[in-house]
Design a binder for this molecule. Structure first.
Ligand code: TEU
Length: 569
């Protein structure tokens, strides 16, 4: 049986707002993407995941869709999208669309209809409830449950004209669809088929694990210091989730080619649940973006408040996912995206001395595990996080709402901003730095978000000319994943490196073994005894980053992959 392409493949996420601006209006667009497809081909990626380009009022940068079958004029037209698909396909690159169907925009005609009257045919496409008994609708505390949205507001908004509340797990401009209604499910299946007929190669499904809500919606506990209860516990694996995904497979994918990919974005999902959703194609998902490793450096219950990352904890977590999904599901490997801070700023060391070696070391440690690599635009040149001087530099609705709620609760703005500098989603959303031109080659002098302050070497142009650059390293890493089937197929075994910041693991098949070692710190590390025994027998590196340490020492951010004996040449 041929293996699906994604096992050895790399997905490259394009966040259209910030990738490249083709018409100079400050906002990236499809024409910009078209002008940069050669970069993607040179890099060697297998697929592009395109964040939403559908018509949208942009309250959540396109994750609030008002028409599922068109393109927002700020990004171009359907004809432009067809051109992008064609240009990618000509280069052997697939296109994965973002499917945002847990919620729509409040400006989507379905919701506009639903708001007209309780009798409107679209009313039941959304989730409506009466005020809490004994209260007056619209007053604080009258919400049907005490749930908070993920954007620091109540999860219910009062609709005065029809006298009910509607549910929104995200912004009030993002009402949740009612997946219990079969008409909703059919409409989603149809629009998916429409895009597949147009030539797209799969979907990244936004918060797809949140689509099934319990029949009865109940209050949850409120942790100390919080305003609302966290609805995740009720909705992250709702009663009909598996059923809805299996039905989606049956109605959309069963009679289509098996190389169309379905990637579920699934905050809060456990390994066992991930296995349930990805263990066979009929379950509906081929892999999930899980969140556990993205929450290890966050305060529980407050995802925008940072704590120091622990490499041993990260290692342990990644290995748990590797083991649990081996042979019974499939992992995705990611360390950043448009919602997460930049990889090198978060897990590496962005200081001029260590920036390059650390960007490479983190990538090597992550992407040689078993799973599909998923990279975010600009990561391949080691881009660092946004420069946030003041609250006015924050664009993301989540950051803005969080700051407002925290200061209203009495926290001081400077310290909240300090936390947001490390955790805000704004971090990864700055324009891609293509060149050293004043507009960084983005295509506009006044981009919607300012270019991040960066070293002059952090541009595509500079790094293309330097064979030792982060960019060339990423290209070699992507190629290595294609070249060595063991990276797709081998079992993963984390080596015990104790409390050190060293991540070391083996990839094993009956025929061969690879060893991957990375010192994920800016301090030289003595090699632990167990690792030293392996290293004594290892081949010259297949790929390496950073300066070499002496015997028995790993230099700061030294990382490499090598063969162990028993391997054929
Ligand atoms: O993100 C979901 C997400 O990452 C978090 O908001 C998550 O739900 C939260 O941490 C609770 O665990 C997706 C998109 O990637 C993001 O850009 C959108 O804002 C969001 O869904 C809503 O569509």
């Amino acid at each position: 049986m041929p293996q699906p392409w994604w096992r050895s493949g790399t997905v490259y996420q394009i966040y259209p707002h910030s990738f490249a601006d083709g018409n100079g209006d400050g906002m990236g667009d499809l024409a910009g993407i078209l002008s940069r497809v050669d970069h993607l081909q040179w890099l060697g990626v297998d697929a592009v995941w395109l964040s939403p380009v559908y018509p949208s009022p942009q309250h959540d940068n396109g994750y609030d869709v008002s028409d599922y079958r068109d393109i927002d004029p700020r990004f171009g037209t359907l004809v432009d999208l067809d051109r992008v698909i064609e240009a990618l396909h000509e280069r052997g690159i697939r296109l994965i669309m973002d499917l945002v169907v847990n919620h729509t925009s409040n400006e989507h005609p379905w919701f506009v209809g639903a708001c007209e009257s309780r009798e409107n045919p679209y009313r039941d496409w959304y989730i409506w409830r009466d005020p809490r008994p004994g209260t007056m609708g619209g007053e604080p505390g009258a919400e049907p449950t005490n749930w908070g949205s993920f954007f620091s507001e109540p999860a219910w908004t009062w609709h005065e004209p029809t006298g009910q509340y509607y549910l929104h797990l995200y912004a009030r401009q993002q009402p949740d669809l009612n997946w219990r209604n079969p008409q909703v499910r059919t409409a989603v299946h149809e629009l998916m088929g429409w895009w597949l007929d147009r030539g797209v190669d799969g979907f990244r499904m936004d918060v797809i694990n949140l689509i099934s809500k319990p029949d009865e919606l109940l209050d949850g506990p409120i942790v100390a210091g919080a305003m609302f209860s966290d609805p995740s516990q009720f909705v992250r694996f709702g009663p009909r989730l598996s059923e809805h995904l299996a039905e989606m497979h049956e109605s959309v994918f069963a009679n289509r080619p098996a190389d169309l990919v379905r990637i579920g974005e699934t905050p809060g999902l456990t390994v066992e649940q991930a296995r349930q959703l990805t263990r066979s194609r009929e379950c509906g998902l081929d892999m999930v973006f899980q969140f556990e490793h993205m929450e290890l450096d966050r305060t529980p219950g407050d995802r925008l408040s940072p704590v120091q990352v622990s490499i041993p904890a990260l290692r342990e977590n990644l290995q748990r996912w590797q083991t649990a999904l081996a042979g019974q599901g499939w992992n995705s490997l990611y360390g950043n995206n448009h919602d997460q801070p930049r990889l090198v700023s978060r897990f590496g060391d962005p200081s001029p001395e260590h920036w390059a070696a650390s960007a490479k070391a983190v990538a090597l440690a992550l992407y040689l595990l078993q799973g599909t690599a998923s990279m975010f635009q600009g990561e391949e040149i080691g881009m660092v996080g946004a420069t946030v001087r003041s609250a006015a530099d924050l664009r993301d609705i989540r950051s803005v709402n969080y700051l407002r709620a925290a200061t209203m609760a009495g926290l001081d703005e400077a310290s909240v901003l300090e936390a947001l500098r490390r955790t805000a989603r704004d971090n990864a959303r700055t324009p891609v730095q293509w060149s050293t031109a004043t507009d960084a080659g983005f295509g506009s002098m006044t981009p919607w978000m300012p270019v991040a302050e960066h070293l002059p070497t952090i541009t595509v142009e500079a790094q293309r000319n330097d064979p030792d650059s982060v960019l060339h390293f990423y290209r070699a890493l992507i190629a290595l994943r294609h070249e060595y089937p063991i990276i797709a197929d081998g079992a993963s075994r984390m080596l015990d490196t104790g409390p050190t910041p060293i991540m070391a693991y083996l990839r094993e098949t009956a025929a061969e073994t690879l060893i991957i070692v990375a010192n994920l710190s800016s301090v030289a590390q003595a090699v632990p005894a167990l690792l030293a025994r392996h290293l004594a027998a290892a081949s010259p590196p297949l790929l390496q980053s950073g300066p070499r340490g002496g015997t028995g020492t790993l230099a700061p951010w030294q990382a490499f992959a090598a063969r162990l004996p028993g391997s054929p040449p």
